[in-house]
Design a protein around this ligand. Structure first.
Ligand code: NDP
Ligand code: OXD
Length: 319
């Protein structure tokens, strides 16, 4: 199997040579051409390790048998209309990525719960702001999406004592978590959520789901005074204008955004300087080349040995 590395260089860990080095160590002696850098015979490529590959590239590989997406979310890959229809796509599910996401979710939930933004503003004013502190069991955290990432974060939040609920497409059961599913489950889920965490994939069904109507459905009787939204899924989940308007109208108390419709977030975006927005540059979880190359190489070797692929994307669902 010749593995083509088709990785868009986009800062942080997304350096194709760095990935090449890790894959070479994992798959010694194997041809590992880098798209847009090395000359290769398209007919020789049977597997691709891809992150936002140039649209159209994968359609030029007549003998492609498997696509390894180097992240958990496959929305960028599926957006290519020329993507070969019958080639399986494997996405990343690793303990490393999941734990990094859990760290971020728990960090941001705790920051809101412990009133980090207010305390930092008070420090900037030189104000010794002694305020009451709530117990975790006073705070209702709602996870939108109950997949690999949200399930792991939920377990930690439950352990910390938060009231945790979750909403998914199909019904899920999780210890200590009140679960809701589907269109009928959304309203009751929102009505009991103070801190909403979106850990959903971006699909045609979830695009724009974090909008004014949804924010208006969140609990308004919580300790925070107004509900908070945290989006770690994809920028296309939230309607930016609705987030800004709802913050300004007090429908939302704060927004924590790691992902954006356009990345990097344009300098002119009002989100950068909004006093009630915390933003991070799509780094809730770094995609660690070491951990992910190990995962991909393991699956590739098993595939060559006739084993079934795991964590294969369901194209009809879009995730
Ligand atoms: P999973 O596929 O394991 O879980 C997805 C969850 O979303 C499932 O519970 C699924 O429901 C639910 N879901 C999907 N569509 C709908 C819908 N229409 N209505 C309700 N629920 C829905 O994904 P992961 O947990 O591994 O990852 C989630 C996303 O996180 C990724 O797709 C990616 O976009 C993002 N991500 C972001 C990172 C970052 O650095 N910011 C890093 C890693 C991932 P069901 O259980 O019924 O299938
Ligand atoms: C991912 C990401 O999907 O890093 O893995 O966003």
């Amino acid at each position: 199997v010749t593995l083509l590395l088709a990785i868009q260089p986009s800062g942080g860990n997304w350096s194709p040579p760095a990935w090449h080095e890790r894959f070479s160590a994992r798959l010694p002696g194997r041809a590992l051409p880098i798209a847009d850098v090395d000359v290769f015979d398209p007919a020789a490529i049977t597997a691709v390790a891809a992150w936002k590959p140039p649209p159209g590239l994968l359609a030029t590989l007549p003998n492609l048998r498997v696509i390894f997406n180097l992240g958990a979310g496959v929305d960028a890959l599926l957006a290519d209309p020329t993507l070969p229809q019958h080639v399986p796509i494997v996405r990343v599910v690793t303990a490393d990525l999941t734990r990094r996401m859990t760290e971020y979710i728990v960090w941001q939930v705790l920051d809101q719960h412990r009133r980090g933004p207010m305390l930092r503003a008070a420090q900037a004013r030189g104000d010794w702001l002694a305020k009451d502190q709530w117990a975790a069991h006073d705070m209702r955290v709602g996870l939108m999406g109950l997949g690999e990432i949200a399930q792991d974060a939920a377990a930690v939040l439950v352990r910390l004592g938060f009231q945790v609920s979750g909403w998914s497409r199909t019904p899920r059961r999780l210890d200590g978590v009140t679960t809701y599913a589907g269109a009928d489950g959304l309203a009751p889920f929102l009505a009991t959520t103070d801190i909403l965490v979106a850990a959903l994939p971006l699909t045609p069904q979830t695009r724009g789901v974090l909008n004014r109507r949804l924010f208006e459905g969140l609990a308004r009787d919580g300790k925070l005074g107004a509900p908070v939204v945290i989006n770690v899924g994809r920028g296309g989940l939230h309607v930016e204008a609705d987030v800004l308007a709802c913050l300004d109208e007090g429908i939302l108390g704060a927004a924590v955004l790691d992902v954006f419709e356009v990345e990097p977030l344009p300098a002119a975006s009002p989100l950068w300087r909004h006093p009630r927005v915390t933003l991070t540059p799509h780094n809730a979880a770094d995609s660690d080349p070491d951990a992910i190359s190990g995962y991909v190489a393991g699956q590739l070797l098993a595939f060559e040995a006739g084993q079934p692929l795991v964590n294969v994307v369901d194209r009809r669902r879009g995730y």
